[in-house]
Every structure is written in C-alpha cells, then in structure tokens.
Design a binder for this molecule. Structure first.
Ligand SMILES: [Zn+2]
Length: 506
C-alpha cells in the first residue's frame, strides 16, 4: 500500500473508531491509541513506517507531518519521537530502581517489538534501549536514535508498561551527562581504564610504600584494617579480612577507578538535580583480565559508599570466557562458587544487583545466575538480537546472506582485534557448497555465529565506490519485509534466555 492509499483507508476506518482503524491492512493494531480527540496509529506503507493521525485539525499540532487525504502522516523522526513521548509518556524510558532487569541491545533499531513479545511473558524490567558508545560508532547511530527507536517500537507494540535506557560502557563524565540529557536512565560506568591490575603483583614492601603515598590512605586503613566481614547463606559461609599488604594492593588496583566512578556519579547527580531516584547507576569492573575477588568487590563497594555513591548494580569479572554471542566457556563449578559469593555480597551490602555483561546465549550459567540471586539480577544482551536478524536474512535472502558471509570472512581478521574470541574459521563450511535451506542453521553454530557477530559494524557501514551502502539498505529492507519472522525469532530467543534464567512467568 502506498501512502495515499493508506491515508484514505485510515480516514474511512477512523470514522468507525479505534476498533475499525485497527483492522486497516498495514496498521499495527496494538498501536491504535486515542489522544486529543484524535486516533493515532503506526502504519506500514511501501515507503516505510509512518505515524498516522486521524482527527480534528490541530489534534496533533506538536507533530510534524503532511496532511494526506485528511490524515496527518508523520515521519518517525527525532522531533516526532519527542512529541510522542509527550503525548504517550510510556514511550519514554524511566528508571528501574530495585527490580530485576534484562537488557536487549538493539543494534538495528528495529527489534523492540520482538523483544517486547518475549518480555510480555515474564516478570522482569526490560531495558529496551541499551547501547555502548563503541557500538554506536560501529552502527552509525546516535544515542538519541537509540532512545527514539525503542519508543517507536514500544508504541508499535502497544506496550504501555515501563522500560529503561542504558548508556552502556560509559567512560567519561561528559558522555554520561549528555546521555542523561537525551533521556537515558541507566548508566553503566566502565572504569577499566583506571584499574591498575599490575599492582596485584607488587611485593608487600613496595605495595605498602606506594599505598602510603595515596591520597586518603589513612581513611582507607581505618575502614578496613583489623576488621572482618562475615557472610553466610545456606551452605555458603566466608569471612573477608585484609592484611596490610592485601589492603595496600587492593587500594592501588582500584583507587583511581573508584575516584573516577564517584566523579561520574557526582556529575550525573548534579545533572539530575541531586535526585537519588533520577537515574540508575551500574558499577562495572568486568572489562579486566583477572577475576574480581570478593575482597575486591567489598573494597570497591566500601569505597564507593564512603564517597556517597548509590548504585543499583555491580558487574564483577567472573572466571571463564564470556565470548560474544555463544555459550559460556569455562569451569561451571568455579563460576558458581564465585557467582554465589558475589551475589551474597550484593545482597548483604546493598541489596543491589549483580550484573552479567556479554550475557547473550550464556545458557549454561543462566540457571546459576537465577538461583543465586533469587531472580534479582541484571543481564545484558546485544549481539544475539543482531544474529536473529541475520537468521532472517539467511532464511529469506540466501544470496544476500552469502555475500555478507564472504565479506565477513574477508574482514574477520581486522574486526576481531577488539574482541576476545577463539573462532575457528576453518570449521565453517564454504557457503557456496551449502543449500539455501542449510544457511539459517549457520546461526546455530559457534564459529559462524561469531563470524557474523564480530563483523556487524563493517557489514552495516561498508560502502561501495559510489558511496552507497553495500549491505545496510538491503539488510533493513529484508527485515522490513520479513518483520514478522524477525519478531518471532526474537520472541523465541530472548524468551529462551528469560526462561533459562528462571525468571517468573507473568
Ligand atoms: Zn562489560
């Protein structure tokens, strides 16, 4: 249907009210809403999705658009997204507070309605908008688009619940504040650049000597030396104490990171008018080489508290490998031992949530995450939704998939540099030898999953000699045409995550 036809069908149907409007082909039935004596809906047309408003002139005065056949047709742009948030406040992200939560990074900006189908079955707070600055660079999107796309997706799905927006892996205070101003509600502070892991290996004497030169080292001594913290729950029981050199090393490793997080927190608080409920703060120390010990965890928590920081979740670095888009690799017993201890600390020192990053497809640890937190956790996924989109392409545009696959093979060497992955390209069959019907199954195998996962940025941004996107437009076109397949893939796959985590059903 073209715009003209859609508009005239909407005008006619709207005379019969919301129910009749919801039956117009192309109109997303759940999106039909009334506001200001007008009927609003999202409609699919040959030219893309549009917001359509049928009603008295002036009913949608805050929305930019053109009147076609008596219906105001509006682009899904930034100005209209802002107007949408005013008219329908549930399309704007809000804070999570003390609730279990699950992040679905949507690198394409078209996955939210599929994610919401999965969330509709589980008691968990969705973080529908979640994007790291690094990902944005790779996908050519802006932080504002991430929020807007989630809002449009919520509107399309008729989701009138709450959701959050996570400014993920924030490194600088100014990034955090500018994301806050755009409407992000959760801030994940990656302090890895300020963690001095080399200090772990210092000899006692040198550690003590360097510790004494640290600002505030007296206060740190007072807070920890000669004290002990005992934790017990079920069969788990442990005590944390610091010897002087242990404390010195811990302080040397984390001192700057803690200062940095406190600085970002203060700037955010100021931006939020010093309201503690104004944003969710996640402390992340996971982007390091060594596992976070319970002593590290207690120290970081104690130092942040001493600086007046309040946080909702903390992401330790766990044993094993959290490679992108595939299951956990590592010792499950050791993971469980570490995870249970961190979860107990988070419960007793907070309560706050333990956060698991790179949570896509970590099915073997999900039951442990659910069990040891009593369901009170935060988990982040992102790449897995992109891979579900690739699965749609493999199923419906085999030639496009093969092109993408071959391009990914050529670029893998370069793109893998910023990831830790153990992908074995040799184990991936040559796509030319596979039948079309065998292509989607590549998204079930570790090596081909990683091949397509790691190269998403190149695939979405590469252009040909004439400056046209090589894949991007075609990717979005297939996903638009095959939207229902995309949504049902996402529903199934994110649903499997939530089910395996043991999240309570609605
Ligand atoms: Zn992380």
């Amino acid at each position: 249907m073209n715009l003209q036809q859609a508009a005239s069908a909407i005008r006619e149907a709207s005379a019969g009210g919301a129910v009749s409007l919801a039956r117009v082909p192309g109109v997303y039935p759940a999106s039909v809403k009334s506001f200001n004596d007008a009927l609003f809906c999202l409609v699919r047309t040959g030219q893309g999705k549009r917001l359509a408003v049928a009603g008295p002139p002036g009913a949608a005065a805050d929305f930019e658009g053109t009147v076609v056949e008596g219906v105001k047709i509006c682009e899904l742009d930034a100005g209209n997204a802002a107007a949408l948030r005013e008219a329908f406040p549930w399309t704007a992200p809000v804070t999570i507070g003390r609730r279990a939560s699950f992040g679905t990074g949507d690198r394409l900006g078209v996955c939210t309605p599929g994610h919401l189908r999965a969330f509709s079955r589980f008691e968990i707070f969705p973080v529908l908008a979640q994007q790291s600055m690094r990902e944005l660079g790779r996908t050519g999107r802006t932080p504002r688009q991430v929020i807007d796309d989630a809002g449009w997706g919520a509107f399309e799905a008729g989701y009138a619940g709450t959701f959050a927006a996570d400014a993920d892996h924030i490194k600088q205070a100014d990034e955090a504040v500018s994301c806050y101003r755009l409407g992000f509600t959760m801030f994940t502070i990656d302090a890895s650049d300020h963690i001095d892991l080399k200090a772990v290996h210092l000899e006692d004497d040198e550690a003590l000597e360097r510790f004494e030169q640290l600002g505030g080292h007296r206060e740190v001594l007072d807070r920890y030396l000669g004290k002990s913290w005992s934790f017990s729950k079920g069969g788990l029981k442990f005590t944390i104490e610091f010897s002087a050199p242990e404390l010195a090393r811990c302080a040397l490793v984390y001192h700057r990171a803690v200062e940095h997080m406190a600085l970002v927190y203060r700037e955010l608080s100021a931006a939020a008018g010093n309201s503690v409920e104004g944003f969710d703060f996640e402390v992340s120390v996971d982007e390091t080489e060594t596992d976070t010990t319970v002593r590290d965890h207690l120290f970081v928590a104690g130092e942040l508290k001493a600086r007046g920081v309040a946080w909702q979740s903390l992401a330790p670095k766990f044993t094993g490998q959290f490679q992108k888009g595939i299951d956990y690799i590592g010792d499950l017993d050791e993971f469980e031992r570490q995870f249970a201890a961190h979860a107990l600390l988070a419960e007793k020192l907070g309560p706050y949530k333990v956060s698991v990053h790179s949570g896509s497809d970590k099915f073997s640890i999900f039951p442990l995450v659910g069990k040891h937190t009593g369901g009170f956790f935060h988990l982040k996924t992102a790449g897995t939704s992109w891979l579900e989109a690739v699965r749609v392409i493999a199923a419906h545009r085999p030639e496009l998939y093969r092109e993408m696959h071959r391009f990914a093979l050529e670029n893998f060497g370069k793109d893998r540099a910023s990831y830790h992955v153990t992908t074995d390209l040799d184990s991936i069959p040559e796509v030319g030898t596979l039948a079309d019907s065998d292509l989607p199954a590549l998204m079930d195998k570790v090596d081909s999953r990683q091949l397509l996962h790691i190269t998403y940025g190149s695939l979405l941004s590469v252009r040909d000699e004439s400056g046209e996107y090589l894949f991007r437009d075609r990717i979005f076109r297939v996903l638009y045409e095959r939207e229902e397949d995309l949504y049902s893939n996402l529903d199934r796959h994110i649903g499997r995550h939530l089910e395996t985590l043991g999240t309570a059903a609605k």
